[in-house]
Write a protein that binds this ligand. Structure first.
Ligand SMILES: [Fe+2]
Ligand SMILES: [Fe+2]
Length: 198
């Protein structure tokens, strides 16, 4: 049995090692997210090691196909909702958290929550988890491709909740416009972040 891993720096090391086996493009994205998460942690006076560790582990299963994600979810006995069956990519966060507990023994709930819900967000996100969520969404390469994200990146410097609500409103509006299912956690997170913005 794996010993419980609670130290964010030890968790960070474990994720760095695991990421070495992932595709190079994904490794580059994750490095940018880690650097963005460290930046937001510094600006908002959050725990940098917690932010860095969650960022380093957030996309461990991002390279998997839909079929692989559904198969791994069965193996880890994850509950798969109707929204997730329609868009299995959402499962790569919950899977990374399940794998972290199982393979690395990660027992740091804040880091696990940030990783599990980095696609939809979660109304119970800590500020550190929200910083990691935003660092992923405003990866400079994504902002280059989508100028609409610049306002989210600018807001993240001042108010994480305002930036979180802004990002989710854009995403939910796109999903509504294209007839996709809305994930209940994304809707609940948007409402919570909207109430908490300053
Ligand atoms: Fe992701
Ligand atoms: Fe990502």
């Amino acid at each position: 049995m794996t010993a419980a891993l609670r130290d964010p720096l030890a968790i960070l090391d474990g994720y760095h090692e695991a990421m070495l086996e992932r595709p190079a493009r994904l490794q580059s994205h994750v490095r940018r997210v880690e650097s963005g998460a460290r930046h937001l942690a510094a600006v908002h006076e959050l725990d940098r090691d917690v932010c860095a560790a969650a960022a380093a582990g957030h996309d461990l299963f991002r390279h998997c196909t839909d079929d692989e994600l559904l198969e791994l979810s069965r193996r880890y006995r994850l509950a798969v909702s109707e929204e997730e069956r329609a868009a299995p990519i959402i499962l790569h966060g919950p899977l990374a958290a399940a794998w972290s507990r199982d393979a690395l023994g990660v027992a740091h709930e804040e880091i696990l929550c940030a990783i599990a819900y980095h696609t939809t967000a979660h109304p119970q996100f800590s500020e550190a988890a929200l910083a990691v969520f935003l660092a992923d969404k405003i990866d400079p390469h994504k902002v280059e491709r989508d100028a609409g994200l610049r306002a989210v990146a600018a807001a993240a410097e001042h108010d994480l909740y305002a930036a979180g609500a802004m990002f989710l409103e854009r995403r939910l509006a796109e999903q509504l416009a294209s007839g996709q299912l809305l994930h209940p956690l994304a809707v609940a997170s948007r409402n919570t972040f909207l109430r908490r913005r300053s």
